[in-house]
Design a protein around this ligand. Structure first.
Ligand SMILES: *[C@@H]1O[C@H](CO)[C@@H](O)[C@H](O)[C@H]1NC(C)=O
Ligand SMILES: *[C@@H]1O[C@H](CO)[C@@H](O)[C@H](O)[C@H]1NC(C)=O
Ligand SMILES: *[C@@H]1O[C@H](CO)[C@@H](O)[C@H](O)[C@H]1NC(C)=O
Ligand SMILES: *[C@@H]1O[C@H](CO)[C@@H](O)[C@H](O)[C@H]1NC(C)=O
Ligand SMILES: *[C@@H]1O[C@H](CO)[C@@H](O)[C@H](O)[C@H]1NC(C)=O
Ligand SMILES: *[C@@H]1O[C@H](CO)[C@@H](O)[C@H](O)[C@H]1NC(C)=O
Ligand SMILES: *[C@@H]1O[C@H](CO)[C@@H](O)[C@H](O)[C@H]1NC(C)=O
Length: 253
């Protein structure tokens, strides 16, 4: 019963997450969409300690999000219920590397996220639970397939909510590799993603966000997964992103 309950809550949590912060304006699997904008250069470094100009060039804040920038980079500030600062890249990549140097937000139930997502809901993620100062979750989805929720794996990381770390996603046709501070912690081979059918293999864009999974607007399953009910006694709960370095594919040989 206990294990069933925990599987169920994870399912509810992820389903709710999918609707809370991930969405698609146009799903090309069942409608005709305009072409995705690619990244022009091979490598883009957005160093948010350089302020708004580094941001405005390549990123857009979601409706309702006001970004500020400081010594620690982009500030994803939650100081009250109902706030969920989220930004996305103006471009997509079709295989490549995404390296994010960041510090996750503290706070029970507060979720920092780096989500690579396509219009037809392929997805590669990092997520940090603000009440957990020792780990990070890695996850992926293929074509929005949420039949099972058994793909999340947690890895140890030292004080993610008080220290900057470098988190890398290296996405090729053959595999997805997640690395922390230069060490590969997880490798997903193409064939291991449901024989390749659920391997992320369509253009992804990058979404960075901070949201409240422990707020009363969320379902009980989400609140449990997020680590419990959020209180704002210790707010603000801030996720800082110093920089994002994106490389698309590999230079042709
Ligand atoms: C596209 O298909 C998905 C999955 O079948 C469905 O959930 C979604 O509502 C559809 N979208 C449109 C715009 O038809
Ligand atoms: C971002 O810029 C700051 C200030 O120039 C520099 O100290 C820092 O190393 C840069 N970060 C990255 C990841 O390049
Ligand atoms: C976060 O937001 C609160 C409320 O607006 C503000 O007082 C605080 O200065 C902000 N923190 C940072 C680091 O910008
Ligand atoms: C943090 O998450 C890890 C991995 O899920 C878990 O083993 C650990 O008990 C958690 N720590 C706290 C304080 O919840
Ligand atoms: C969705 O995932 C389930 C479980 O991994 C798998 O059995 C099923 O074939 C997948 N569906 C599609 C359309 O790929
Ligand atoms: C996270 O752990 C570090 C090192 O133990 C500690 O200094 C810091 O206060 C912790 N942060 C939170 C929010 O508990
Ligand atoms: C969160 O608060 C609700 C309402 O007070 C309570 O029923 C629930 O058990 C709490 N959830 C957790 C995970 O603590």
């Amino acid at each position: 019963m206990r294990s069933f309950k925990s599987i169920l809550s994870i399912a509810l949590a992820s389903a709710s997450f999918a609707s809370a912060q991930t969405y698609t304006d146009c799903n090309p699997t069942n409608e005709t969409c305009s072409a995705d904008t690619g990244l022009e250069q091979w490598t883009l470094t957005s160093n948010f300690t350089n302020g708004k100009s580094a941001f405005s060039k390549s990123w857009t804040a979601a409706t309702g999000t006001t970004m500020t920038f400081g010594d620690k980079g982009a500030v994803f500030n939650i100081s009250a219920e109902g706030q969920a600062p989220t930004v996305s890249s103006d471009f997509y990549i079709f295989f490549g590397q995404v390296e994010v140097k960041m510090q996750a937000a503290p706070g029970t139930g507060i979720i920092s996220s780096v989500v690579l997502e396509s219009d037809d809901l392929d997805e590669i993620d990092w997520e940090w639970l603000g009440g957990n100062n020792t780990s990070v979750e890695s996850n992926y989805f293929g074509k929005g397939n949420t039949t099972t929720y058994n793909r999340a794996i947690y890895y140890a990381v030292d004080s993610p909510t008080t220290e900057m770390h470098t988190y890398l996603i290296d996405w090729t046709e053959e595999s997805v590799k997640w690395s922390i501070d230069g060490t590969v912690v997880r490798t997903l081979e193409y064939a291991d993603a449901n024989g390749g059918d659920n391997f992320p293999q369509t253009p992804l864009r990058i979404k960075l966000g901070n949201w409240c999974g422990g707020c009363s607007s969320e379902g009980e399953g989400t609140i449990e997964w997020a680590g419990g009910n959020t209180t704002f006694d210790d707010a603000p709960y801030i996720m800082y992103v110093e920089s994002v370095k994106v490389s698309r594919g590999r230079e042709s040989k």
